[in-house]
Unconditional design. Sequence first.
Length: 178
Amino acid sequence: MGRQVLLVPSSGMNGLELEADTKARCDRAFELWRSGRYDLILVTGGVTQSLELPPDSTIMKSYLVSIGAPSSLIIEENRALDTFQNVAFSLEKLDKEGIKDFQITVVTQWQHGIRFLITFWLGHRIHIRIKFARYPMSAIYWCCECLYIIYHLYDPRGDRFLARLNRRNRELNTRIVD
């Protein structure tokens, strides 16, 4: 059966604080980890604000430790700028940690979960599970998530033009200083 890994992607930060979506994901992951069915928590997210701030994953790990998760059971992937990279870099991180036999359960909201299913399966031929973190979304956010699902079907590995452009823009935005 292998190691049971909870993968928790960032959704955004507000300075050094978790935004509500990311906090809901971390809280749900902690609740699931406490059930005793999971061995590790893998937090994933790079620098999404300013290069002067830590990666999202570092803030997420600190939060999880502050609510009682053991630091030694949290793996941190700190380069990803989008869902495609959350998947690719998390798989790379598990490999570097010597974890070869694993089952991944992604903790996120349902539309984002569908994108993870698509990217893991169509892009990497890996079956995953999803556990939902429920939190409110605006209508615009909901519609954008549905469009992202369609894009992930078109580009399941995230190596086509729009995905590359999105990452480039995110990288540029982190370098802008107010």
